[in-house]
Design a binder for this molecule. Sequence first.
Ligand code: SF4
Length: 435
Amino acid sequence: MTKPLRPFLLYSDGEGNIFEDETLYAVGRAGWDAFEVPNDQWIELPEGGNLYELPGRRGIGIDVTTGEMRLCEKGWAVAAFIPPAHTGLFIAAYETMEGAPTLPLFCYTAVGWQNDQYYVTAVRIEKDIRQESVGYDENKIETGTAHLLKAYPENRLVKHLMEKCCMTYHCPAARNFSLGRWECPIPTSPACNANCIGCISFQPEEESIVSTQDRLTFKPTPEEIVEFTVPHLMNAPFPIVSFGQGCEGEPLLMWETIAESIKEMRKHTDKGSININTNGSKPDAVQVLCDAGLNSIRVSTNSAQKHIYEAYYRPNNYQFEDIVESLKVMRAHGGWTSINYFVFPGITDSEAEYEALRKLIQETGLNMIQWRNFNIDPDWYMGKIGFHESGEMIGVKQMMELLREEFPDLKFGYFNPPIERIKGDFNSSYAGAAQ
Ligand code: SF4
């Protein structure tokens, strides 16, 4: 009979060394509260995952003798950064000490140690292997980068994608472009009409954290965009070209350039999928892009509730209803619609959020939820949006199962699907699927 999974809590000595505390079992956190983790919600830390020590924070665990919850006084708390294609079910459980620094923009999933293994509270939500760490050959990436820079010497966007995104930020999408496969990124917009608290491309000076990449500083032309995207659509396996990347503002502010680019691409090829990752703020612009030939849209959101969405996005001249309308416009046009759903245990799986999400799915005819890990300091985030308590919680895994049951056609994943998956068999047409 396999021993139930009750991993021990991990702590660090503040110098990057991590130890297990065999007097405490690890627990998880949702919102402001700590919980024992159900046995079936631990998985081994997947390849490509990392561990973080959390300065100025003490881990919370269950005393193996008394069964009481208490703090680990032996060192700093530890959390896991889980790799793409996996969704975290609980946040790392800790108490933040006075004066502790704000944590950088990464996700902090609960982690423990048992059977000489790290365990995390997560599920694999996506079969597509496009961002598996083992799939990136550094030599081939360097060769691919040099080839593209030589092939497009005057193209500012290829230069940005190869020198900055691929070789500096190690962006998985830019690395796949250098390898001539799958999803190719197309950043276009230096500006944004939202002010997200956890924006990864721009953080105000007065904030105590930095953005993980710099925002694009120029506006590419349709010619620059079409020059490299048409060959990618024609030659790459499972080809997707995606507007809206982490190194830019909001692409819908560049709708004229994007519409012209899409029309030009489709003059050359009908292969692959043309997608836009967006905050969904301008449904009228989405209509123009649909008419131009856009195949799919992914609208990012931290919540299906207006007050939580607007407290985080702090939108300029648009509101939550506009992002709902953008999903409807795309659906009415026969295109594929996804939400890029920032999962935050304690908020995402609250009963209020579950009901709001059901309503959003019904109202928009949504095709897919991409269950993304929210890369943000949990305490800082909840403090900033004024979130004090979760109310009734369902559990992220339970919520997924309820939605699967109620909406059997609704797809779950982590990445934008290629056209083969949209138009073909969703469960067998993706990178890494058995041929
Ligand atoms: S919509 Fe994107 S670019 Fe704009 S503020 Fe939010 S995260 Fe940043």
